[in-house]
Design a binder for this molecule. Sequence first.
Ligand code: FAD
Ligand code: NAP
Length: 332
Amino acid sequence: MATSRHTKVLIIGSGPAGYTAGVYASRAMLSPILVQGIEPGGQLTTTTEVENWPGDTEVQGPDLMVRMEAHAKAMGCEIIGDIITDLDLSRRPFTATGDSGTTYTADAVILATGARAKWLGLPSEDKFKGFGVSACATCDGFFYRGQEIVVIGGGNTAVEEALFLTNFASKVTLIHRRDELRAEKILQDRLAKNPKIEPLWFHQLEEVVGTDSPLGVEAVKVKHVKTGEITEIPTKGVFVAIGHAPASELVQGQLELHHGGYVKTNPGSTETSVPGVFAAGDLTDHVYRQAVTSAGMGCMAALDAERFLAAQGDTEGKDMTEPLGYGAPVAE
Ligand code: FAD
Ligand code: NAP
């Protein structure tokens, strides 16, 4: 049976931004509801060691997220395993529809839907997704014990994935379109010292080559970006690690976006172009994109929501066309 739930603050997303917002909104006695989405715990559940979360010299990403969830719950945040499939920000209370059939109405919404892995967009990449092509080494690395694999990309994710995959693979080729990595120096050092990793500079993936029955990868064709020369490299696995794109589909056409899909916020705050809707974490941040900065923005969003609700009094049922008298227009 379809149910309807009302909350003062609806938090969408369960990464560091969402759970931190949950802690702060709970301690502000706002009885928030947090909807976890398809990836409870967010991106950090797809990695292993995290070495830059303050207070932990080293912590496993999934463990950290279990702790954050428990923390939010202990403070009083209601955590729901559902996915928001539709969000109406045109009037208050704002309305979100869950995949479960539940309708959530809320006086304020905190968007913390983070980011998702980017793909290259090649037809052959799509064909072999889940059958030799992956964007998550921690999820799929185990299947490549003793085999040769390739990783595409030159950022932190690509280098970390390559390092992690050497636990299983006999050889990892890191294919990057330039001869300079974007990854932090400490990761570059580890990469250079790892005898199982061979970088292939100035190359781009052209095609994943494999068998149809059973579906499986046998090789990749890569192109030299300067000479155009095509080389075929035998491999059983292709890990695409070329970055992440903000998960802003729910608010497209409803909120101002910038930099290719990031939710725009007022400088120094988490206010979006719709009063009462706040955005935090990788969804709004095209610069830092770290767990700690996402958590910081989650805190800001809860504090902003608390102030907004206090300034509005009882907002339920108000028409969004009414001037709300809160927040400045989102600046460029
Ligand atoms: P995310 O972690 O992206 O979480 C988004 C959440 O939104 C998910 O729970 C998802 O289920 C939910 N969601 C999305 N759509 C919906 C929907 N429609 N309905 C409901 N929920 C929805 N950063 C570091 O600081 N240190 C590291 O060592 C580090 N390692 C990383 C390793 C890897 C492999 C990756 C991919 C990233 C790493 N990062 C690291 C970056 C860090 O993970 C992100 O900056 C951080 O997770 C962003 O947090 P977030 O809360 O904004 O969103
Ligand atoms: P990123 O920093 O955006 O790097 C993406 C990499 O993929 C770049 O090297 C880029 O090449 C390459 N690339 C992008 N599009 C490509 C294409 N179409 N074809 C070929 N190559 C392509 O992404 P990320 O590594 O996923 O990191 C995302 C964020 O999470 C960053 O802020 C990062 O610091 C953070 N993170 C942190 C840690 C950590 O702290 N340990 C770990 C993982 C991620 P160019 O360099 O040529 O642009």
